[in-house]
Unconditional design. Structure first.
Length: 222
């Protein structure tokens, strides 16, 4: 069975962002290592995807600079393997061959950039900065969603029912009829939901419900 770099499990690694480089050309690895270190980035270099796969991805913003043509698993195949394993890391592809169909395939699969060797140093640095920005945004969104899920779990079943019906645009009187409770009780539940979900307005609450994938008008049974 193919092994993959393990995703972090809630332990925040120390230090700044990190760039992973996979290239079977030693001179290219050394050149990129020196380039990234010169601009203050941490970098780990590998001669193959197998070598990378033996490690664990740290819980910091990161990206992967990956050669397309590798002796065992190609860069494009490795991109597909990572996606299948649910491992999200922005990828910048490098190739010594200007292959337009290959670059299109890589970009469609989510690559941040596709650079043809030889490339300018600034071109690579700009691509890495874009990739790290993508990963920072993804991590922030994932953290926010995790917090929202914890807040949602703090709701009672009745509060979840009210939230689902509120997200469907129902007024308190209609919600009361749907749930077989009085309107005052619905108002109390709405106040609790707003407080627990840290929503400052109805619009905030609706955005939260959408982010959590709550199906409007489909409350959980008591």
């Amino acid at each position: 069975m193919t092994q993959h770099p393990k995703s972090p499990t809630g332990v925040e690694a120390h230090g700044g962002p990190i760039v992973f480089v996979v290239d079977d050309d030693k001179s290219m690895r050394e050149a990129l290592e020196g380039l990234f270190r010169s601009v203050g980035l941490r970098v780990n270099v590998f001669s193959s995807t197998a070598e990378l796969m033996r490690g664990t991805l740290p819980n910091v913003a990161s990206c992967l600079v990956l050669d397309v043509r590798l002796p065992e698993v190609s860069g494009l195949d490795f991109q597909a393997e990572l996606a299948a394993a649910g491992i999200s890391i922005p990828i910048i592809f490098m190739t010594g061959h200007g292959d337009i169909p290959m670059s299109v395939q890589a970009m469609k699969a989510g690559a941040v950039d596709f650079l043809t060797k030889p490339f300018r140093h600034q071109e690579m640095i700009d691509a890495v900065n874009r990739a790290l920005a993508v990963d920072r945004k993804r991590r922030a969104e994932r953290e926010t969603l995790s917090e929202l899920r914890l807040m949602y779990e703090s709701l009672t079943i009745r509060e979840r029912q009210v939230l689902a019906l509120v997200s469907a645009g129902l007024r308190n009187k209609r919600i009361a009829a749907e749930l077989g409770i009085n309107e005052i009780t619905v108002k109390v539940h709405r106040v609790h939901v707003m407080r627990k979900m840290r929503a400052g307005s109805l619009a905030d609450l609706l955005r939260i419900a959408n982010a959590l994938g709550i199906q409007p008008g489909k409350p959980e049974p008591v």
